[in-house]
Ligand binder design. Structure first.
Ligand SMILES: NC(=O)c1ccc[n+]([C@@H]2O[C@H](COP(=O)([O-])OP(=O)(O)OC[C@H]3O[C@@H](n4cnc5c(N)ncnc54)[C@H](OP(=O)(O)O)[C@@H]3O)[C@@H](O)[C@H]2O)c1
Length: 198
């Protein structure tokens, strides 16, 4: 059993919190009210960022002290929206939100994962007709192993999870957000995930 703080109570945060609770973890969900995130992070071993990517860096840097020594699981995507409100470009070209977070929070171990799929897949990967992939990016092998075990708790098979390497590899997975508007326009909101086929 792990103590987990989930920041954000939307589609992603809400479904991850429910599934992690069902898996036996002690989960606190923080909303945007003052003090809520700081209180939740202070008592947690693992923190999940499920808030909008555009404001994530500023929000999490404000929690720098509370995040010291913790694992930060970043599932967010930081994009610039087009006129239709769908992601059209990267907010951190030549870098990534995950790299910015790791650089700004050197005493926190950032692991990027689950950002390459629509939210229903995160907690029910076995429901797709093809095998989905989940990726791990981060500097600390032990933190990535801990996050791998959390993914397995969520229904991921070990062989569906690929450790891409250091935090810089999050550039690749964060760029996958650029697929999303086109896939949604062509096939609607049916759950999908990026998958490495062999
Ligand atoms: N939806 C997906 O399928 C999907 C897939 C992969 C990755 N992601 C990423 O996951 C993150 C969350 O996505 P989502 O679809 O769950 O979004 P969402 O449904 O809009 O939920 C966002 C949550 O963040 C909270 N929030 C917004 N601004 C905040 C602030 N300033 N301080 C604290 N909390 C704040 C919102 O609170 P309020 O309710 O008060 O606004 C809400 O609880 C995003 O970074 C997104 O790119 C989403």
């Amino acid at each position: 059993m792990t103590t987990i703080a989930v920041l954000g109570n939307g589609r992603v945060g809400g479904s991850l919190a429910t599934a992690l609770t069902q898996a036996g973890h002690e989960v606190t969900v923080a909303d945007r009210s003052p003090g809520s995130a700081a209180d939740a992070v202070r008592t947690a071993q693992i923190v999940v960022n499920a808030t909008p990517g555009e404001g994530s860096l500023e929000r999490l840097v404000a929690l720098r002290e509370e995040l010291q020594g913790k694992i930060l699981v970043d599932v967010s995507n930081a994009a610039v929206d087009g006129p239709d409100g769908l992601p059209a470009d990267l907010l951190y070209p030549g870098s990534s939100l995950a790299e910015q977070l790791q650089e700004s929070l050197p005493e926190t171990r950032v692991v990027k994962t689950l950002n390459t799929m629509l939210f229903p897949v995160m907690t029910a990967p076995a429901t797709l007709t093809q095998t989905p992939s989940a990726f791990l990016s981060g500097e600390d092998p032990q933190a990535k192993q801990t996050v791998r075990e959390l993914l397995i708790d969520l229904g991921w098979r070990n062989e569906w999870i690929t450790d891409l390497g250091g935090i810089q590899t999050a550039r690749a997975t964060e760029a996958a957000i650029l697929f999303v508007p086109h896939v949604i326009r062509s096939s609607g909101f049916a759950p999908f995930a990026l998958s490495i086929a062999r």
